[in-house]
Ligand binder design. Sequence first.
Ligand SMILES: [Zn+2]
Length: 347
Amino acid sequence: MKLLLVLSLILTAALLVVSFAGAAELAPNELGRVMILEYHKIDYPEERWTRTPENFRRDLETLYAKGYRLINLGDLLDRRIALPAGTTPVVLTFDDSSPGQFRYIEANGSVQIDPKSAVGILEAFIAEKPDFGRGGTFYVLPGASKPNRLFNQPEFEGRKLQYLVSHGYEIGNHTLWHANLAKYPEATVRAQVAEAQVWIQRHVPDYRTRTLALPHGAYPADVSWVLRGSAKGMSYSHDAVLMVAGGAAPSPFSRTFDPVRLPRIQAVEQELAYWLNYFDKNPGERFVSDGDANAVTVPTARRDRLRDELPHSLRVVERGPEPPESPVVTLTQDSSARGAGRAGRAR
Ligand SMILES: [Zn+2]
């Protein structure tokens, strides 16, 4: 009888361990990589630069189910990642302010956000899953021709930009009209960047873009031209410059994190599937939060990858043992090479 009791206690304990392991299977690793996803059109049909509304919704569902949670790019740059333990940050970016990203429609006598536009889909999903978080950066084109000029509804331009800012999204600089910055002299590059902010501020006074996404992925002759300066009576200052490809970004706590060359993953079926699968197969490469915004938890064996300068308030916590090593180097290089090949064709 006593033996039976002991056995059942052991069994219960074992079951508890198993179920706990299932719920928190990813050990914290804040030196893992982060996906910055890059969307273009949300529209029909699905194409190289277009994701359908249904597929975009499915992307959000997949990310959520796999433990990814939304943060804004600004939080990543500030190294302020306040997520529950065991979850992974993901950043959404939307380039070129095409109509399907943010559309208002008239329905039942009132103006509403089109539930089939990216913002409508995001808002509906966040309402269902509040713990998904919220965020996303919209790299708008204030001076482009139709249909890429501020989401293509002139009467709602201001309302949309104000909505984004007041609902936890970011507006990013993508130049005034998508200029290929590699082709222009300093004065033109600076004017393109400054004037984009001038036009944004007509709708959202004093709004300053924190990041710039390079049109076509093309760097100007000197990257400092887009980082800070002034032109057209407007000063600007950017903390990061985003490329159009390059794979998952290094952790912002890692020595290899370079905000002036932030890589992105083009959110099309093949690329997204590749990277989701990559992190499923290589969980040790994935950024996993420790649940404490004031601590940075790193595997002991990787401690030397931590960058020297970190916010003073951050505590470093070491965790062993090392997650299983995996053939990451080969995969990463392949992906970067593929991404680089596409950079020239990016919108
Ligand atoms: Zn673009």
